[in-house]
Design a binder for this molecule. Structure first.
Ligand code: GLC
Ligand code: MG
Length: 424
């Protein structure tokens, strides 16, 4: 949250499985559309919060499999853990201490063991403040009637959350996704950073509480589980700030940005103007995202093999501008662009994709910006990543940005066994 000096324009809180992440789409089309939109138009002044039933470990393993952006905050284990701060993820001790009040794992285990229908979830899904089971709906409803009372008699105050017709979570009373979000909002308010807008996005039972946060807009993606739709019908039907999207997963989230008028809602992946990049004048983050998208489309053969695209890329940069390859090799940006000729369309078979993460822009002189970001490239199922800096300068009557310098270094042990195929 410290990344922003002032209040976020949008606090976007999203569930992962079957909301931002569509497990039925191995190409991650809508996730990549969302990513490009977020980095081009929201990253600089908004906050991205992931809010998942997964434990931190399980969330991190999902990040290794899917092109997920780095969030500002991760709420994991159905709201029972909160971690702040992008890559370095520092867990929120205040929240953890708060959840310790009127909670005892041991007593929860003892009392729940009296219900033979409750089948414990694997150890990896159990956390200090989350005890989880598998159980069918009918039994779950019966248990929900009696368990809280029995625990309260023993000094333990719980919240029970039932999801997807099989998952049953026992959590400290103030916890859950809604409790965690309310806590974050209080924290933001105390720092004078109350968000202008909040959008929550979900698909199943453990997301219902998010839609109860009074100030929030909410979108239930079109593939939402019937239990969430039923919850909505019974509890929030008349709230115009909550909608059921007509599109699934990430596409439904983008739809919500548009329907609630929360800001830009055309992903650069859809609206890429391959002929003209300067529509949005002097918008360095957006220009960098668009540059890489055109490069992505070139590699995948999604634009025809025509010199005009390479000329387009060249026209963005100074003829003297250098690109320092992560291997250390230096050539002018124009020379590297010439090398792209042989790479047209060769990424198609390899399911080549590029996405940028953590794009940040700083103005270092009245006419010069540095844009920093992590560039990730997927090819043949393997992801390679580079920390990237681009120096952009504004020339010619302040109408256009010129790329002066690009420099990269490998991230996370990435390196290229095929150096010729890594350009920019
Ligand atoms: C995730 C968690 C699981 C939990 C479920 C519902 O699938 O892994 O432990 O029960 O979400 O909240
Ligand atoms: Mg989900």
């Amino acid at each position: 949250m410290d990344r922003l000096d002032g209040p976020p324009r949008l606090l976007l809180v999203t569930d992962l499985d079957c909301t931002l992440v569509d497990h039925d789409d191995p190409e991650n089309t809508d996730l990549l559309r969302f990513n490009a939109l977020w980095e081009a138009h929201y990253r600089h002044d908004s906050l991205l919060v992931y809010c998942t039933g997964r434990s931190m470990r399980s969330y991190l393993s999902l990040r290794n499999k899917k092109p997920l952006l780095t969030p500002d905050i991760a709420i994991t284990s159905v709201g029972s853990e909160i971690a702040h701060g992008g890559e370095s993820m520092v867990s929120d001790d205040v929240w953890e201490a708060r959840l310790g009040e009127m909670w005892s794992r041991e007593i929860v285990l003892e009392e729940t063991s009296k219900f033979p229908q409750l089948e414990p979830q694997p150890d990896k899904s159990q956390e200090q403040h989350k005890v989880s089971f598998f159980v069918g709906r009918e039994h779950a409803l019966e248990i929900m009637k009696v368990l809280p009372g029995r625990l309260l008699e023993r000094g333990v105050d719980v919240k029970l959350v039932y999801s997807n017709d099989y998952a049953f979570d026992v959590l400290p009373k103030g916890s859950g996704k809604g409790g965690a979000l309310t806590y974050l909002l209080e924290k933001l308010e105390s720092e004078g950073k109350q968000p202008t807008n909040i959008l929550v996005c979900g698909d199943s039972g453990n997301d219902a509480e998010l839609f109860n946060v009074p100030q929030a807009y909410g979108v239930m993606v079109s593939n939402s589980h019937k239990e969430l739709l039923q919850w909505h019908e019974e509890n929030a039907k008349d709230n115009p700030k909550i909608i059921l999207a007509s599109e699934r997963c990430g596409a439904g989230m983008i739809e919500a940005l548009q329907r609630f008028n929360l800001g830009p809602n055309v992903s650069p992946r859809d609206g890429l103007d391959t002929e003209n990049f300067h529509v949005e004048v002097l918008d360095p983050a957006n220009e960098v995202v668009q540059f890489y998208l055109l490069y992505d489309k070139w590699r995948c053969g999604e634009v025809e093999k025509s010199d005009k695209y390479l000329e387009k890329l060249k026209s963005l940069s100074s003829p003297l501008g250098m690109f320092v390859h992560p291997s250390g090799v230096e050539k002018t940006i124009h020379e590297w662009i010439d090398d792209l000729v042989n790479l047209h369309g060769e990424g198609k078979e390899e399911k080549f994709r590029i996405w940028l993460d953590r794009v940040s822009t700083s103005l270092i002189s009245p006419e010069t910006w540095i844009v920093k970001f992590d560039k990730h490239e997927l090819s043949d199922g393997k992801v390679r990543s580079c920390s990237t800096r681009v120096l952009l300068s504004c020339q010619e009557e302040k109408e256009k940005l010129t790329w002066m310098h690009i420099q990269q270094s490998w991230l996370d042990g990435s390196c290229s066994d095929d150096q010729d195929k890594w350009i920019f």
